[in-house]
Design a protein around this ligand. Structure first.
Ligand code: HEC
Ligand SMILES: [Cu+2]
Length: 465
C-alpha cells in the first residue's frame, strides 16, 4: 500500500510533467507517417515547422525468396528488408509504436541511431510476440540514420534482416530532385551455398566467421534487377539513400557508369563532390546524388567485386532517353592486323544479310571469345571448354545466349571432359550476342543459325543476374 504522502508526491510530479509537456510542445500538429515499401520512401518534407509524427512499425517474421528458388525466413520491420523508411524533420517529436505480431516466435525491439539517449529506444520497445510498445523521442540531429533490432543475439536479428533507416531532414529542407530511392545492403548467412535451392537455415558459424553466403541489396538476390530495376530518365537528378544493415560487411558502394555529383559521407551534413566509390560502414549510411546523362543500364555494386558477382550485390538503374554520342560514343572493335603469314585471307563475303551477320559474329568472336575459347574454338584442356564440335553447345544451342549474357560458373561436362571455371557475363549488344552464337553454331558446329537479336533482347529483359 502506498502512503498518502507518497501518493501526494506522485500527484505533484505527474502534474508537473503534464505542465512541462504542454509548454514544451504547444499544440504540435499530429502527422501519421505513411510508410512505403523499399525502394520507395515517403516524399520530401515541405512543412517549415515541427510536428508530432506518429510511426507504426510492425515486426513480421516472413519466409520468402532470398534468391529465385531459395527460401529464407526473414525477420522484418514492416514486412520488408530493409524495414520501411521513416522520414521526419529536425525538431520533430516522433511517437514510435512497435507491434510484435502474435504469430512471431521471438521477442524484438528497435534501436534508432537518430535517437539521443542510451539504447536508442531498445529498452522501451523490447516486447514478446503479441504486444505493442511505444515511446517518443525528439529528432535533434539531421542526417540519415540506421535503425535495427537490438534483441540478443543482436547479430542474428540483424543478419535476418532487422534493419532500416530513418531520415531526419535538416530544418532548411533538402534540395529538390526528380527521383529518390532507398537501398540497403546486407550480408546473409545460409546453411546452403549461394543460390542452393529450397529453404535455408541461418548459419551461426558463418556469421561469426563473417563469411556471408549472400551480400545483397534490399533483401534479395535480384531485388533491384530485371523487372525490379530502378528507373530514371536522362538529365533527371537522382538521390539515393543508401545504408548498410550488415551485420558485418561494409560496402564499397559504386554505380558503374555514373559519377556521384555529391556524396553526403556517412549520412552526415557535409558533402564531398565528384566521387566514384564511397565506403559505407555497417550500421552507417550515405546519401548520393547524380544525374544520368546517357541511356542504358547503370549498375549498383559493392565494388568489393566478388560480393557483386558471386554473392548478389548487384542492382540496376535503367536510364531512358535519347543517345548522347558526344558524351558517350559507340566505339568500334576490330582484330589486330595479323603479323604472321599463317593468317588465311578471308573469302570476299557476298552481301546477303546472313553473311553480314556471319562476318559480325566472327568479329565478335575474335574480339570477345578468342582469348579463352581459342581461335578455332578448340578451347584449352581442363581450363576453357571447346566451342567447336561441343556436344554441350549442340544439345541446346539456343540457350547458349543465356551463358553469354549472364556468364556461367561451376561444374560443366563438354565432350566427356570436366571443367569447373568461371565465364564472366559478356558486355555485348543483343545483335552481337545473336551474331556470335550463330557464328559458333554455323561455323564451329556445322549447325544452323539459332537465335535472333529480338530473342536475346527478351532473354535480357527476363534475366536474373
Ligand atoms: C574469360 C574467359 C572466357 C571468355 C572471354 C568467354 N568464355 Fe565462354 N566459357 C568460359 C569458361 C571458363 C566456361 C566454362 C564455365 C564453367 O565451368 O561452368 C565457358 C563456357 C562457355 C559455353 C558453354 C560450354 C561449351 O563449351 O559449349 C559457351 C557456349 C561459351 N562459353 C560461349 C562463349 C562465347 C560465345 C564467348 C564470347 C562472346 C565466350 N564464351 C567468352 C570462359 C570464357
Ligand atoms: Cu529482432
Amino acid at each position: 500500500m502506498k502512503t498518502p504522502l507518497k501518493l501526494a508526491a506522485a500527484a505533484v510530479v505527474s502534474a508537473l510533467l503534464v505542465v512541462s509537456q504542454s509548454f514544451a510542445e504547444p499544440a504540435l500538429p499530429v502527422i501519421h507517417q505513411q510508410l512505403l515499401a523499399p525502394p520507395q520512401l515517403p516524399p520530401q518534407i515541405t512543412r517549415k515547422t515541427p510536428a508530432h509524427v506518429v510511426v507504426d512499425l510492425t515486426v513480421e517474421e516472413v519466409q520468402r525468396e532470398i534468391a529465385p528458388g531459395t527460401l529464407y525466413t526473414f525477420w522484418t520491420f514492416g514486412g520488408t528488408v530493409p524495414g520501411k523508411m521513416i522520414r521526419v524533420r529536425e525538431g520533430d517529436t516522433v511517437e514510435l509504436h512497435l507491434q510484435n505480431l502474435p504469430d512471431n516466435r521471438l521477442p524484438h525491439n528497435i534501436d534508432l541511431h537518430a535517437v539521443t539517449g542510451p539504447g536508442g529506444g531498445a529498452a522501451q520497445t523490447l516486447i514478446a510476440p503479441g504486444n505493442e510498445a511505444s515511446f517518443t523521442f525528439k529528432a535533434l540531429n539531421p542526417g540519415l540514420y540506421v535503425y535495427h533490432c537490438a534483441t540478443a543475439p543482436v547479430g542474428m536479428h540483424v543478419a535476418n534482416g532487422m534493419y532500416g533507416m530513418i531520415l531526419v531532414e535538416p530544418k532548411e529542407g533538402m534540395s529538390k530532385v526528380d527521383k529518390e530511392y532507398y537501398v540497403m545492403q546486407g550480408d546473409f548467412y545460409t546453411s546452403g551455398t549461394y543460390r542452393a535451392p529450397g529453404p535455408q537455415a541461418f548459419d551461426q558459424q558463418k556469421a561469426i566467421d563473417e563469411k556471408p553466403t549472400y551480400v545483397i541489396f534490399n533483401g534479395a538476390d535480384g531485388a533491384l534487377t530485371g523487372a525490379n530495376a530502378l528507373t530514371a530518365n536522362t538529365n533527371e537528378k537522382v538521390r539515393m539513400f543508401f545504408g548498410v544493415g550488415g551485420p558485418n560487411i561494409t560496402s564499397s558502394f559504386h554505380i558503374i557508369g555514373a559519377i556521384f555529383d555529391k556524396v553526403y559521407t556517412e549520412g552526415g551534413k557535409h558533402y564531398q563532390e565528384q566521387v566514384q566509390t564511397t565506403m559505407v560502414p555497417a550500421g552507417g549510411s550515405t546519401i548520393v546524388e547524380f544525374t544520368p546523362r546517357v541511356p542504358g543500364n547503370l549498375t549498383l555494386v559493392d565494388h568489393s567485386l566478388t560480393r557483386a558477382f558471386n554473392k548478389g550485390a548487384i542492382g540496376l538503374l535503367t536510364v531512358s532517353g535519347p543517345e548522347q554520342l558526344d558524351i558517350y560514343g559507340k566505339g568500334m572493335k576490330k582484330p589486330l592486323a595479323a603479323k604472321t603469314a599463317a593468317a588465311p585471307t578471308p573469302k570476299p563475303a557476298a552481301p546477303t544479310p546472313d553473311k553480314s551477320q556471319f562476318a559480325r559474329g566472327k568479329a565478335v568472336y575474335d574480339g570477345s571469345c578468342i582469348t579463352c575459347h581459342q581461335p578455332k574454338g578448340e578451347g584449352v584442356a581442363g581450363v576453357f571448354p571447346p566451342l567447336a564440335n561441343s556436344d554441350f553447345f549442340k544439345e541446346r544451342p539456343y540457350e547458349m545466349a543465356h551463358i553469354v549474357l549472364n556468364g556461367r560458373n561451376g561444374e560443366i561436362v563438354v565432350n566427356g571432359a570436366h571443367y569447373n571455371g568461371v565465364m564472366p557475363p559478356q558486355d555485348l549488344s543483343d545483335d552481337d550476342i545473336a551474331a556470335v552464337i550463330n557464328y559458333v553454331s554455323v561455323d564451329l558446329n556445322q549447325g544452323k543459325p539459332v537465335v535472333t537479336p529480338a530473342q536475346v533482347r527478351d532473354m535480357r529483359k527476363s534475366r536474373q543476374p
